[in-house]
Design a protein around this ligand. Structure first.
Ligand code: MTE
Length: 322
């Protein structure tokens, strides 16, 4: 992954919080009023600010951290989404022409039910949950993010995967006309990722459709993206258009790009350094008056979710299988 230099620190980190906080007060207000965790009646979508729609019927899911969440501003202006450019501010600047609706997902492979599915239909009947998760990027920065989504495993089992479905492969949409970064060959497009079926079925794995109680902004992976909180952020593939159940381990974008630097598992592991930097600690975005001086916190094994997920890797040499 490219290393970002000083110029990538967004204004939101440099300006004092009071200078930008009010612009997003409506979202913070939702959270403060406890509304994001409150189940509400239909209609499911109610207009909200910034093109995002308020998500209704959200219950408070398990596994949330009580660490303070990053602001909506941090979460939506400091992003990695190379389809819109490689700078941290490129995604929110360049994602305006992207059209996440209507959205159809293609499901293929080792499952009894395959085909094209409308996302609304796919998610209907599965309750939306708010999950406040730590997010640790492989570049050694981190945030705390209140996602809204559905457990990935609940969605996957609707397709009735067969016993040959040992892995799940995911693919991002390929639309160079709407995603200007795809016109440059920084990665082999489309972006692809994958999990073992056990990882994908783990209750922590989330298919996120929103953040802070509203639908995902384009730069965060609208209309739906993966969140695997015990793994480095690059496993969290955005704007998913394809899912395939398969026996073989699927190729993954960063592993194709730099196999000696990025493995398939990509579990957060402070003991295994990246070949070009240490993974022992991380820079918590938004925690300091400037991103460069942001609070450094020790990185935890499995990003602090070891109690829940360590058993998935028992007997596996995590130094070799990084
Ligand atoms: N998904 C796609 N399709 N393209 C990307 O460039 N970047 C990944 C991941 N998902 C990426 C992607 C990386 S490196 C990280 S750290 C997270 O998205 C960042 O998610 P965020 O911008 O919502 O914080």
């Amino acid at each position: 992954m490219l290393i970002r230099a000083k110029a990538d620190i967004p204004a939101s980190e440099i300006a004092p919080e009071s200078a930008w906080f009010n612009r997003r007060a409506f979202v913070a207000g939702l959270a403060a009023a406890g509304l994001v965790g409150t189940a509400r009646a239909t209609p499911r979508y109610v207009a909200a600010d910034g093109g995002q729609k308020e998500l209704n019927g959200v219950s408070r899911g398990p596994f949330s951290t009580d660490e303070p969440a990053n602001s909506y501003e941090d979460i939506t202006t400091y992003n990695n989404f190379y389809e819109f450019g490689t700078g941290k501010e490129d995604p929110h600047r360049n994602a305006g022409n992207f059209k996440p609706q209507p959205w159809t997902m293609r499901v293929q492979g080792e499952a009894e039910m395959t085909g094209e599915f409308d996302v609304e239909g796919l998610l209907s009947g599965v309750g939306l949950e708010e999950r406040v998760y730590r997010m640790r990027c492989v570049e050694a920065w981190s945030m705390v993010i209140p996602w809204v989504g559905v457990p990935l495993g609940e969605v996957l089992k609707r397709f009735r995967p067969t016993s040959r479905a040992k892995h799940v492969a995911f693919e991002t949409v390929y639309r160079p006309e709407e995603m200007p970064g795809q016109k440059r060959r920084v990665l082999d497009w489309p972006y692809v990722e994958g999990l073992t079926i056990e990882e994908a079925s783990h209750p922590l794995a989330l298919l996120a459709v929103g953040v802070y109680g509203v639908t995902l902004p384009n730069q965060n992976g609208a209309p739906l993206r993966l969140i695997v909180p015990w793994k480095y952020g690059f496993k969290g593939i955005k704007s998913i258009v394809g899912i395939r159940f398969q026996e073989r381990r699927p190729p993954t974008s960063w592993n194709i790009s730099a196999p000696h630097e990025y493995g398939f598992y990509a579990n957060v592991n402070p003991q295994v350094d990246h070949p070009r930097w240490s993974q022992a600690s991380e820079r918590r975005i938004g925690s300091g008056f400037s991103g460069l001086f942001a609070r450094r916190v020790p990185t935890q094994m499995f990003n602090g979710y070891g109690e829940q997920v360590a058993h998935l890797y028992s007997g596996l040499d995590l130094r070799r299988n990084y």
